[in-house]
Design a protein around this ligand. Structure first.
Ligand SMILES: Nc1ncnc2c1ncn2[C@@H]1O[C@H](COP(=O)(O)OP(=O)(O)O)[C@@H](O)[C@H]1O
Ligand SMILES: CC(=O)N[C@@H](CCC(=O)OP(=O)(O)O)C(=O)O
Length: 258
């Protein structure tokens, strides 16, 4: 089976252009087929606030009303996605920008209302891996933003970590996938203020231990849920850390195992 790298880059890196450009250097240098998935939550929050649209987050997920769908479409599908695609083109990496609606690549359903009404937030139902596979075959690097669609004309806001995870599971049928979550920390830290406290390997029992000790908190909670879901779904390797982990050097990062 061929190798495939799927790399998700988070909002804290995207927000600082210098950090984003450094990430793009390392991503563009990866050999072989690759897919980029980007967030941009912080930039969406900034624009919503400038426009006077209230921002509400619950459990790390954005409550997405009709006005917020407009904001995220402009920020994720427009500004951030096109900036990243242009940055990759400048590095001779032939990127093609996608939302899940483009080529029907990622379809989802509006999250059913239980205790909380998240609004126009999508839960992924499927991935059009056939089309993505064909694009990879002709040397295209897809760059996905955090938007999916319901097939009836509605765009849905979908967490970028989840998009990366679902793409990784969908493409694991035809590739040996390494799923990389790049963020501003060198991995899961025992002490979030100390970059030297990286947990190098987390298996399911270590995961339970870290959860019990409340070491895994905030944005890391849904991220690690996605990591283990991906491994159970057949993804070959899942790792978490700073963009340097893409270089295969001696950098510290976290590897997840079942
Ligand atoms: N134990 C921990 N190790 C590393 N990061 C942690 C830890 N606990 C909480 N975090 C926080 O989780 C955040 C990463 O989650 P998130 O903001 O969702 O990432 P992303 O930038 O990919 O969207 C980090 O910015 C960090 O502040
Ligand atoms: C439903 C939901 O919460 N979607 C996220 C999508 C962006 C994202 O995931 O961005 P980061 O990776 O930068 O956090 C949001 O709007 O914040």
């Amino acid at each position: 089976m061929r190798n495939l790298h799927i790399v998700k880059v988070g909002g804290n890196i995207i927000e600082k252009d210098e950090d984003l450009q450094h990430f793009l250097d390392l991503f563009a240098n990866l050999e072989g087929p690759k897919i980029l998935v980007h967030g941009g939550g912080k930039l969406a929050t900034e624009l919503a606030e400038r426009l006077g649209i209230a921002v509400k987050m619950i459990d790390g997920r954005r409550i997405t009303d009709a006005e917020t769908v407009e904001v995220i479409t402009m920020v994720y599908g427009g500004k951030v996605n096109k900036h990243i695609v242009a940055g990759l083109q400048a590095r001779n990496c032939n990127a093609l920008g996608f939302s899940g609606a483009d080529g029907n690549t990622i379809y989802s359903v509006k999250r059913p209302v239980k205790n909380i009404d998240f609004g126009f937030v999508g839960d992924v139902v499927g991935v059009n891996s056939e089309l993505i596979d064909k694009l990879l075959d002709i040397g295209i690097t897809p760059a996905f933003c955090a938007i999916t669609h319901d097939g009836k004309g509605q765009l849905l806001n979908t967490n970028a970590d989840t998009i990366a995870c679902e793409l990784a599971i969908g493409l694991s049928k035809s590739y040996k996938v390494t799923l990389n979550y790049c963020f501003e920390k060198p991995g899961v830290l025992i002490d979030v203020a100390n970059d030297d406290s990286v947990v190098r390997e987390i298996n399911t029992s270590k995961y339970s231990e870290l959860l019990e000790d409340k070491i895994i908190a905030d944005g890391l909670l849904p991220k690690l849920e996605n990591c283990f879901y991906a491994l159970k779904g057949g993804v070959n390797k899942v790792q978490l850390g700073k963009p340097e982990m893409l270089q295969n050097t001696n950098t510290n990062f976290t590897t997840l195992r079942l």
